[in-house]
Design a binder for this molecule. Structure first.
Ligand code: ADP
Ligand code: MG
Length: 236
Protein backbone atom coordinates (compact mmCIF):
# COMPACT_ATOMS: atom_id res chain seq x y z
CA UNK A 1 0.00 0.00 0.00
CA UNK A 2 1.03 3.60 -0.69
CA UNK A 3 1.83 6.00 2.16
CA UNK A 4 -1.54 7.69 1.55
CA UNK A 5 -3.39 4.38 1.88
CA UNK A 6 -1.54 3.59 5.09
CA UNK A 7 -2.40 7.04 6.42
CA UNK A 8 -6.11 6.70 5.61
CA UNK A 9 -6.33 3.29 7.25
CA UNK A 10 -4.43 4.34 10.34
CA UNK A 11 -6.69 7.36 10.92
CA UNK A 12 -9.96 5.68 9.83
CA UNK A 13 -10.56 8.35 7.22
CA UNK A 14 -13.05 7.67 4.45
CA UNK A 15 -14.18 10.09 1.77
CA UNK A 16 -16.88 9.39 -0.78
CA UNK A 17 -18.48 11.36 -3.59
CA UNK A 18 -16.69 11.71 -6.89
CA UNK A 19 -12.99 12.01 -7.50
CA UNK A 20 -11.54 12.65 -4.05
CA UNK A 21 -8.07 14.20 -3.90
CA UNK A 22 -5.37 12.59 -1.76
CA UNK A 23 -4.95 14.01 1.74
CA UNK A 24 -2.25 16.54 2.55
CA UNK A 25 0.02 14.60 4.86
CA UNK A 26 2.22 17.56 5.80
CA UNK A 27 1.70 21.31 6.07
CA UNK A 28 4.14 21.77 3.17
CA UNK A 29 1.84 19.66 0.96
CA UNK A 30 -0.95 22.21 1.41
CA UNK A 31 0.69 24.97 -0.62
CA UNK A 32 -0.94 27.45 1.80
CA UNK A 33 0.47 30.98 1.51
CA UNK A 34 3.61 31.57 3.62
CA UNK A 35 1.86 33.96 6.02
CA UNK A 36 -0.60 31.21 6.93
CA UNK A 37 2.09 28.54 7.28
CA UNK A 38 3.95 30.92 9.57
CA UNK A 39 0.97 31.21 11.93
CA UNK A 40 0.65 27.40 12.02
CA UNK A 41 4.34 27.15 12.82
CA UNK A 42 4.04 29.77 15.59
CA UNK A 43 1.18 27.73 17.12
CA UNK A 44 3.60 24.80 17.35
CA UNK A 45 1.54 22.39 15.27
CA UNK A 46 3.57 19.62 13.69
CA UNK A 47 1.12 18.01 11.26
CA UNK A 48 -2.46 18.37 9.99
CA UNK A 49 -5.12 16.48 11.92
CA UNK A 50 -6.82 13.71 9.88
CA UNK A 51 -9.85 15.88 9.15
CA UNK A 52 -7.66 18.77 8.03
CA UNK A 53 -5.52 16.45 5.91
CA UNK A 54 -8.53 15.06 4.07
CA UNK A 55 -10.81 18.11 3.81
CA UNK A 56 -8.25 20.82 2.93
CA UNK A 57 -7.54 19.61 -0.62
CA UNK A 58 -11.27 19.14 -1.26
CA UNK A 59 -12.19 22.58 0.11
CA UNK A 60 -9.46 24.22 -1.99
CA UNK A 61 -11.15 22.75 -5.09
CA UNK A 62 -14.25 24.77 -4.09
CA UNK A 63 -16.28 21.64 -3.52
CA UNK A 64 -19.00 21.18 -0.92
CA UNK A 65 -18.16 18.95 2.03
CA UNK A 66 -20.06 17.25 4.79
CA UNK A 67 -17.60 16.16 7.44
CA UNK A 68 -18.54 13.83 10.26
CA UNK A 69 -16.05 13.93 13.10
CA UNK A 70 -15.94 14.04 16.88
CA UNK A 71 -15.06 17.18 18.81
CA UNK A 72 -11.40 17.95 19.30
CA UNK A 73 -10.50 16.85 15.78
CA UNK A 74 -9.38 20.27 14.55
CA UNK A 75 -12.46 21.15 12.52
CA UNK A 76 -12.22 24.90 13.11
CA UNK A 77 -8.95 25.34 11.21
CA UNK A 78 -10.27 22.69 8.86
CA UNK A 79 -12.60 25.33 7.45
CA UNK A 80 -10.95 28.59 8.54
CA UNK A 81 -7.74 28.12 6.58
CA UNK A 82 -9.57 27.31 3.32
CA UNK A 83 -11.69 30.38 4.14
CA UNK A 84 -8.53 32.53 4.29
CA UNK A 85 -7.43 31.17 0.91
CA UNK A 86 -10.95 31.81 -0.45
CA UNK A 87 -10.75 35.44 0.77
CA UNK A 88 -7.34 35.90 -0.79
CA UNK A 89 -8.68 34.72 -4.15
CA UNK A 90 -11.69 37.10 -4.09
CA UNK A 91 -10.39 40.29 -2.47
CA UNK A 92 -13.91 41.61 -1.85
CA UNK A 93 -14.40 44.84 0.05
CA UNK A 94 -15.69 43.80 3.51
CA UNK A 95 -17.57 47.12 3.76
CA UNK A 96 -19.98 45.64 1.20
CA UNK A 97 -20.71 42.66 3.43
CA UNK A 98 -19.01 39.44 4.50
CA UNK A 99 -17.58 36.91 2.04
CA UNK A 100 -17.53 34.05 4.55
CA UNK A 101 -20.39 33.20 6.88
CA UNK A 102 -19.96 30.70 9.70
CA UNK A 103 -23.01 29.49 11.64
CA UNK A 104 -22.43 27.96 15.07
CA UNK A 105 -24.85 26.90 17.83
CA UNK A 106 -23.73 28.98 20.82
CA UNK A 107 -22.19 32.28 21.81
CA UNK A 108 -19.28 30.45 23.42
CA UNK A 109 -18.51 28.49 20.30
CA UNK A 110 -18.95 31.50 18.03
CA UNK A 111 -16.47 33.57 20.04
CA UNK A 112 -13.99 30.68 20.07
CA UNK A 113 -14.20 30.50 16.28
CA UNK A 114 -13.70 34.27 16.02
CA UNK A 115 -10.63 34.05 18.31
CA UNK A 116 -9.15 31.31 16.12
CA UNK A 117 -9.92 33.32 12.95
CA UNK A 118 -8.23 36.44 14.34
CA UNK A 119 -5.22 34.48 15.59
CA UNK A 120 -4.55 32.43 12.47
CA UNK A 121 -5.76 35.11 10.06
CA UNK A 122 -3.74 37.92 11.59
CA UNK A 123 -0.88 37.83 9.09
CA UNK A 124 -3.43 37.48 6.25
CA UNK A 125 -5.20 40.61 7.55
CA UNK A 126 -8.51 38.81 7.82
CA UNK A 127 -11.28 40.69 9.63
CA UNK A 128 -13.90 38.79 11.59
CA UNK A 129 -16.89 39.77 13.68
CA UNK A 130 -19.25 37.81 15.87
CA UNK A 131 -23.06 37.97 16.28
CA UNK A 132 -24.84 36.13 19.09
CA UNK A 133 -27.87 36.48 21.32
CA UNK A 134 -28.01 37.34 25.01
CA UNK A 135 -26.15 40.61 24.48
CA UNK A 136 -27.29 44.00 23.15
CA UNK A 137 -27.31 44.37 19.38
CA UNK A 138 -25.82 47.88 19.26
CA UNK A 139 -22.16 46.92 19.59
CA UNK A 140 -22.51 43.98 17.24
CA UNK A 141 -24.22 46.17 14.63
CA UNK A 142 -21.53 48.82 14.97
CA UNK A 143 -18.81 46.21 14.42
CA UNK A 144 -20.72 44.83 11.46
CA UNK A 145 -20.94 48.29 9.91
CA UNK A 146 -17.15 48.64 10.08
CA UNK A 147 -17.00 45.63 7.77
CA UNK A 148 -15.80 42.06 8.23
CA UNK A 149 -14.53 39.43 5.80
CA UNK A 150 -15.86 36.68 8.07
CA UNK A 151 -19.05 36.82 10.13
CA UNK A 152 -19.45 34.12 12.76
CA UNK A 153 -22.99 33.97 14.09
CA UNK A 154 -25.59 32.01 15.98
CA UNK A 155 -28.65 31.46 13.78
CA UNK A 156 -31.15 33.28 16.05
CA UNK A 157 -29.26 36.56 16.30
CA UNK A 158 -28.20 36.51 12.66
CA UNK A 159 -31.78 35.97 11.56
CA UNK A 160 -32.88 38.98 13.68
CA UNK A 161 -30.23 41.17 12.07
CA UNK A 162 -31.18 39.88 8.64
CA UNK A 163 -34.84 40.79 9.26
CA UNK A 164 -33.69 44.27 10.30
CA UNK A 165 -31.90 44.42 6.93
CA UNK A 166 -28.65 45.28 8.65
CA UNK A 167 -26.50 42.69 6.86
CA UNK A 168 -25.84 42.26 3.16
CA UNK A 169 -25.27 38.69 1.95
CA UNK A 170 -24.64 39.48 -1.71
CA UNK A 171 -20.89 38.79 -1.43
CA UNK A 172 -21.20 35.61 0.61
CA UNK A 173 -19.59 32.81 -1.37
CA UNK A 174 -18.49 30.46 1.41
CA UNK A 175 -20.95 29.18 4.00
CA UNK A 176 -19.93 27.01 6.94
CA UNK A 177 -22.34 25.16 9.24
CA UNK A 178 -20.37 24.13 12.31
CA UNK A 179 -21.88 21.60 14.73
CA UNK A 180 -24.89 21.25 12.45
CA UNK A 181 -26.37 18.45 14.57
CA UNK A 182 -26.30 20.63 17.68
CA UNK A 183 -27.87 23.59 15.85
CA UNK A 184 -30.74 21.33 14.80
CA UNK A 185 -31.08 19.91 18.33
CA UNK A 186 -31.43 23.48 19.58
CA UNK A 187 -34.30 24.11 17.17
CA UNK A 188 -32.46 26.46 14.81
CA UNK A 189 -33.54 24.75 11.60
CA UNK A 190 -36.11 27.44 10.55
CA UNK A 191 -33.60 30.26 11.11
CA UNK A 192 -30.88 28.36 9.26
CA UNK A 193 -33.16 27.84 6.28
CA UNK A 194 -34.23 31.52 6.22
CA UNK A 195 -30.60 32.64 6.34
CA UNK A 196 -29.44 30.23 3.66
CA UNK A 197 -32.30 31.32 1.39
CA UNK A 198 -30.76 34.80 1.30
CA UNK A 199 -27.29 33.61 0.32
CA UNK A 200 -26.41 33.49 -3.40
CA UNK A 201 -26.82 29.88 -4.57
CA UNK A 202 -23.47 29.70 -6.39
CA UNK A 203 -21.68 29.40 -3.06
CA UNK A 204 -19.45 26.76 -1.54
CA UNK A 205 -20.94 25.10 1.55
CA UNK A 206 -19.08 23.18 4.23
CA UNK A 207 -20.98 21.32 6.93
CA UNK A 208 -19.54 19.76 10.09
CA UNK A 209 -21.36 17.43 12.42
CA UNK A 210 -20.47 14.99 15.18
CA UNK A 211 -23.43 12.71 14.40
CA UNK A 212 -25.28 11.73 11.23
CA UNK A 213 -28.98 11.23 12.04
CA UNK A 214 -31.84 11.57 9.56
CA UNK A 215 -32.46 15.29 10.27
CA UNK A 216 -28.85 16.19 9.54
CA UNK A 217 -28.82 14.08 6.38
CA UNK A 218 -31.96 15.88 5.22
CA UNK A 219 -30.61 19.40 5.68
CA UNK A 220 -27.28 18.38 4.14
CA UNK A 221 -29.21 17.07 1.12
CA UNK A 222 -31.08 20.38 0.84
CA UNK A 223 -28.18 22.81 1.34
CA UNK A 224 -25.15 21.10 -0.22
CA UNK A 225 -24.38 20.47 -3.88
CA UNK A 226 -22.73 17.13 -4.72
CA UNK A 227 -20.84 17.11 -1.44
CA UNK A 228 -17.87 14.95 -0.66
CA UNK A 229 -18.66 13.10 2.55
CA UNK A 230 -15.70 12.74 4.89
CA UNK A 231 -15.88 10.43 7.89
CA UNK A 232 -13.26 10.43 10.60
CA UNK A 233 -13.25 7.48 12.98
CA UNK A 234 -16.13 5.19 13.77
CA UNK A 235 -19.34 7.10 13.21
CA UNK A 236 -22.60 5.37 12.33
P1 ADP B 1 -13.20 20.57 16.94
O1 ADP B 1 -13.89 21.75 16.34
O2 ADP B 1 -13.07 19.44 15.98
O3 ADP B 1 -13.79 20.16 18.24
P2 ADP B 1 -11.04 22.40 17.31
O4 ADP B 1 -11.01 22.99 15.98
O5 ADP B 1 -11.67 23.20 18.41
O6 ADP B 1 -11.71 20.98 17.26
O7 ADP B 1 -9.54 22.00 17.70
C1 ADP B 1 -9.20 21.45 18.93
C2 ADP B 1 -7.81 21.95 19.36
O8 ADP B 1 -6.80 21.44 18.49
C3 ADP B 1 -7.68 23.47 19.30
O9 ADP B 1 -6.99 23.91 20.46
C4 ADP B 1 -6.83 23.71 18.06
O10 ADP B 1 -6.08 24.91 18.13
C5 ADP B 1 -5.96 22.49 18.04
N1 ADP B 1 -5.46 22.13 16.69
C6 ADP B 1 -6.07 22.35 15.50
N2 ADP B 1 -5.34 21.87 14.49
C7 ADP B 1 -4.23 21.32 15.03
C8 ADP B 1 -3.09 20.65 14.48
N3 ADP B 1 -2.95 20.45 13.17
N4 ADP B 1 -2.15 20.21 15.34
C9 ADP B 1 -2.29 20.39 16.68
N5 ADP B 1 -3.34 21.02 17.26
C10 ADP B 1 -4.32 21.47 16.44
MG1 MG C 1 -15.58 22.77 16.70
Amino acid sequence: PSPVEVYLQKHEVTATGGDVPAPFMTFEDTGFPPEILREIHVAGFTSPTPIQAQTWPIALQNRDIVAIAKTGSGKTLGYLIPAFVHLKRRRNNPQNGPTVLVLAPTRELATQIQDEALKFGRASRVSCTCLYGGAPKVHQLKELERGADIVVATPGRLNDILEMKRIDFRQVSLLVLDEADRMLDMGFEPQIRKIVNEIPPQRQTLMYTATWPKEVRKIAGDLLRNPVQVNIGNVD
